[in-house]
Design a protein around this ligand. Sequence first.
Ligand code: SAM
Length: 206
Amino acid sequence: MEPPQTFTRPQEPNELIPEDYFCELPLADHFSQDAPLEIDLGCGDGSFLLAMAEKHPERNFIGVERLLGRVRKVCRKGDRMGLTNLRVLRLESLYTLEWLLPPESVSRLHLLCPDPWPKAKHHRRRLFQEPFLKAVMRVLIPDGELLFKTDHTEYFEWSEEQLDNFPALEKMAWPEDAFFYPKTDFQLQWEGEGKTLQGLRARKPS
Ligand SMILES: C[S@@+](CC[C@H](N)C(=O)[O-])C[C@H]1O[C@@H](n2cnc3c(N)ncnc32)[C@H](O)[C@@H]1O
């Protein structure tokens, strides 16, 4: 009998395709330098991620994104920019945090303009809740940080409440000029429409 046919697609430049989706990622195999790791969950078209990777060649970056078109776009832009410290992973964010990233491997986790799921019946789909915060605790190094921004006031309030009910992570102030923090594609779009973003910053105690 003929073996079942498998369909593969070519790997994009800078794309991180795990050898085994059921084992922790051997990060050292995917980067040419041993450096602090930052993750951008739902990186979209990648303006934030690309600017960060360009500004900080001394750090490693992984963008996590489920849409193939967006993954391709970010991979190709990163390649044109000659970024060797950037990889893009096409996968679901929570799965990546819960199963793929090794424990205590991430120095900063960015969750920027995630889908707010505004209808009450969809709130359970929101990423920012206890399972996510537990997974964040798992992957962050001591002193590692979670950075979150949204234009959606009700999602911001919900997320702040989730964080307040999760004392393992310490809420921190996030002044505008705290550090280099480029705007995301969605942020530019929302600000262009007159909306403002609110942010949360939290730390895993050492
Ligand atoms: C509203 S966009 C924000 C994109 C980017 N962070 C920005 O601010 O421009 C949300 C992105 O997250 C991706 N996304 C949504 N849920 C996801 C999930 N569970 N896992 C991975 N990516 C996800 C979407 O495909 C989309 O590109």
